[in-house]
Design a protein around this ligand. Structure first.
Ligand SMILES: [Mg+2]
Length: 367
């Protein structure tokens, strides 16, 4: 890891229970009451539950029918995205007043890079506090802010600060903060990876950190290397301010469910080639690659991985996508009805010197 990587000061701002909080802001009669925002149809899922609703065990991505059973007295509301977007833009402008390097992740969440505008961590912390105050005062909504030396730790810091807090993870606190956490708290460790780690006797980050890198790579492929780094709090990926597309993706629905893994991989590589072609047209490289798989019962799994060196090559995107499908998605024998490949965290590739016709994964990693 580069020396500069250790000296970065990255912030992460996350609005608390955003959609539900906006509804409570606009309709005072809902304040202090459980509010659940999401799809209200028969297959609807919860987008956001207010903290009052969370006390009943309601959480994001839960089927709405289950939320109704757990908390029947809640106000159930359909999302009003235009209103959320309006507030999101206000937050974005506040961040842009501080630094031009911001990366909105979703309507309620953004990274911001304070490295260039703060001499030291104390100044950065004061600015992060000011950002939080300005956002809360302007929107009249609560947010949590994390500050650390990289994106992964900044996001973890804002999670640990919730609700309504500001949290710094200073370099000397990184390991003590991470070690006691459940591995599932690490970015990149979904339920499948967490279960497999548990099967290896690895439950806490401390246990993951003392696990041999070779064993992790043998078990998880390239993702094992990321697990090894995350357990040490390492993440060199930049805050990516994107110019146009926030992400580029392609997906395909099969006319008949496909059970042949070789066929899945061929399709993934074709989709990756399409994504790569668009990235190259727009002169962008991706720092995040995603794979989406939908099963015959319509359940959908999405897995993603970060890439320190931006990618725009069909071969590398394809290989990463195949790795994600092989190691991170529980495909079983069920077959798939849809596959998709996405590239996100896009940055301009203009500054990079690209050798022509160089499309091999090994060479791409070395750039
Ligand atoms: Mg949020």
């Amino acid at each position: 890891m580069s020396v500069a990587g250790n000296r970065r000061r990255i912030g992460h701002l996350d609005m608390d229970a955003f959609f539900a909080a906006v509804e409570q802001l606009d309709r005072p009669e809902l304040r202090g009451r459980p509010v659940i925002v999401g799809g209200l149809g028969p297959r609807g899922v919860v987008s956001t539950a207010s903290y009052e609703a969370r006390e009943f065990g309601v959480g994001s991505a839960m089927p709405m029918s289950r939320a109704q059973r757990l908390c029947p007295q809640a106000a159930f509301l359909a999302p009003r995205f235009r209103r959320y977007k309006e507030i999101s833009n206000v937050v974005r402008r506040i961040l842009l007043d501080i630094t031009p390097i911001i990366e909105p992740v979703s309507l309620d969440e953004a990274f911001f890079d304070l490295t260039a505008c703060c001499e030291d961590i104390a100044t950065a912390l004061a600015i992060a506090a000011e950002v939080k105050r300005a956002v809360e005062e302007t929107t009249r909504l609560a947010c949590s802010v994390g500050l650390a030396g990289n994106r992964f730790l900044a996001k973890l810091a804002s999670e640990l600060a919730k609700p309504g807090g500001l949290r710094l993870i200073a370099p000397e606190q990184v390991q003590a903060t991470l070690d006691p956490l459940h591995v599932g708290r690490l970015q990149g460790v979904g339920p499948v990876t967490a279960r497999r780690l548990q099967g290896m006797g690895i439950v806490t980050v401390r246990q993951l950190r003392s696990t041999d890198l070779d064993l992790l790579v043998r078990t998880f492929g390239a993702h094992g290397r990321i697990l090894h780094r995350r357990a040490r709090g390492e993440d060199s990926s930049p805050v990516a301010c994107s110019r146009q597309s926030l992400s580029v993706s392609r997906e395909t629905t099969f006319p008949v469910d496909v059970t042949d893994p070789a066929r899945w991989e061929t399709v993934l590589r074709e989709l990756a080639a399409d994504v790569a072609a668009q990235l190259q047209r727009e002169k962008l490289v991706a720092h995040c690659v995603r794979v989406k798989a939908r099963f015959p019962d319509f359940r959908t799994q999405t897995r993603q991985t970060t890439v320190a060196t931006g990618v725009d090559s069909a071969a590398l995107l394809g290989s990463i996508a195949v790795e994600l499908l092989r190691h991170r998605i529980e495909t079983g024998a069920r077959g798939l009805r849809l596959l998709g490949v996405g590239a996100a965290r896009l940055v301009e590739s203009a500054a990079r010197q690209l050798p022509l016709f160089d499309d091999t994964p090994g060479a791409s990693r070395d750039r």
